[in-house]
Design a binder for this molecule. Structure first.
Ligand SMILES: NC(=O)c1ccc[n+]([C@@H]2O[C@H](COP(=O)([O-])OP(=O)(O)OC[C@H]3O[C@@H](n4cnc5c(N)ncnc54)[C@H](O)[C@@H]3O)[C@@H](O)[C@H]2O)c1
Length: 396
């Protein structure tokens, strides 16, 4: 088993991301050495999409290290990433007799990672969490950096309700991240493509980070596009390693997404997200590809569409050349990601939803817009007409 390691060098909270086939086999012994002899239980939050053999193996490994493993299952969706599910998990962990020295393991995609991470952040004011991502998206993005949380449904002005993404949460860094490439074999093609959208996002900010290692990410992805599209094992492992390294360096530079971070900091990782979050959870919005019944959008699809809208808004504002958006669209299309959607409500409605996103700064809308190929900037109080033009550009 060859496992590559990427360090997240946060002062006082450094941790390792292990990437490679079979890496899950190292989790139980790592948990024992980090939790110490007094730990006796592990609360494992498992994504029901993960093939059973990985769950069974992890439980057996934990038992052989002397742990009682209590497994709680979650079937992921944005609706289930809720306070109700959080409450259920809190009741389950409390009823197992879990103590402050006992860790939590998240084995699943981004929904499970965010929920289990928030349970760990808040149970008895914080216990250790080990993130074991099982989707491409959670490997390259969600499991690294310590963001945890859930969605909240709030009443809207029209007498209905709106699901606001990730509105409740906390920063809680994992003690270890283990990305076992073998688990990706069962991930369906649509979720594979959704994960690639976050890799493209990293490529779109890589050149602005002031580090040659990340500046070349997009060019490398273009060179390796055939292997990426074919989901070739070694190419995907390299892709995960490069993306995790980029994300780790951004997180180390700006752990808590401060508004005055040098050169944009962690906020740059939100490229595509303010637009994306606003359209992700709208019922009936479906990607325009040759398959019926795909509504609602997946998170990665919404991020890809959000990046397209952001490019168009940036062109409207005179911030970048139209060719940047064209190249982005070619890249997303080559991967098989949607660049237009059906069923989008009027632009002003989407704008309203964007205004309620937590990326608002005071009373003004904050968006991340491209200023060149691989470079983005934070724009406060962007002109609403340009934002609506961006939204309209992804409407079929
Ligand atoms: N915390 C962060 O920094 C961060 C960053 C990006 C995204 N996110 C969040 O992550 C979520 C999206 O994550 P996601 O794309 O992983 O979606 P997801 O968690 O909904 O998982 C997608 C699907 O894949 C299934 N699945 C998981 N592992 C599998 C496997 N090995 N084989 C087969 N099926 C498997 C799941 O059951 C689910 O049906 C969103 O809620 C988003 O807000 C968080």
């Amino acid at each position: 088993m060859s496992v590559r390691r990427v360090e997240v060098n946060l002062p006082g909270r450094a941790y390792e991301v292990r990437i490679g086939g079979g890496a899950l086999g190292s989790v139980a012994s790592a948990v024992r050495s980090m939790a110490g002899a007094r730990a006796s239980r592990v609360f494992v939050v498992v994504d029901t999409g993960v093939p059973e053999r990985f769950v069974d193996q992890l439980s057996a490994d934990l038992a052989s290290q002397g742990f009682v493993a209590c497994v709680a299952c979650v079937t992921p969706s944005e609706e289930i990433k809720s306070i109700e599910t959080y409450h259920r998990l809190m009741v389950e962990i409390a009823s197992t007799g879990h103590t402050r020295v006992d860790p939590v393991i998240a084995l699943g995609g981004g929904v499970v990672g965010d929920l289990a991470g928030f349970v760990a952040a808040s149970y008895q004011r914080g216990v250790a969490v080990i993130q074991c991502p099982t989707t491409l998206l959670s490997m390259v993005d969600a499991s690294v950096g310590g963001k945890t949380g859930m969605n909240l449904v709030v009443p809207d002005d029209a007498g209905g309700s709106t699901l606001l993404k990730n509105l409740v949460g906390a920063f809680h860094q994992p003690r270890l991240v283990v990305a076992d490439m073998d688990v990706l074999a069962s991930l369906d093609p649509r979720h594979r493509r959704a994960g690639l959208a976050e890799c493209v996002k990293h490529g779109m900010i890589g050149a602005g980070l002031g580090d040659d290692a990340h500046a070349g990410l997009m060019d490398w992805m273009i060179e390796e596009l055939d292997g990426i599209r074919a989901f070739d094992d070694s190419t995907i492992e390299e892709l995960v390693g490069r993306n995790v390294a980029l994300k780790a360096s951004v997180v180390v530079g700006d752990e808590h997404e401060s508004t005055d971070a040098k050169a944009g900091g962690r906020m740059l990782l939100n490229f595509g997200h303010t637009f994306g979050h606003a359209i992700e959870t709208i019922e009936g919005v479906s990607p325009v590809v040759d398959e019926p019944g795909l509504a609602p959008l997946l998170h990665g699809e919404a991020v890809g569409l959000g990046m397209v809208a952001a490019c168009c808004a940036a062109v409207e504002l005179g911030m970048c050349d139209r060719s940047i958006g064209d190249e982005l669209v070619s890249m997303l299309e080559a991967i098989g990601l949607p660049v237009r959607v059906d069923g989008l409500p009027p632009g002003c409605e989407i704008l309203d939803r964007m205004m309620r996103d937590k990326k608002m700064a005071g009373g003004s809308l904050r968006v991340i817009l491209p200023v060149g190929w691989g470079k983005c900037a934070i724009v406060e109080g962007a002109d609403e007409g340009a934002i609506v033009a961006g939204i309209d550009s992804i409407r079929r």
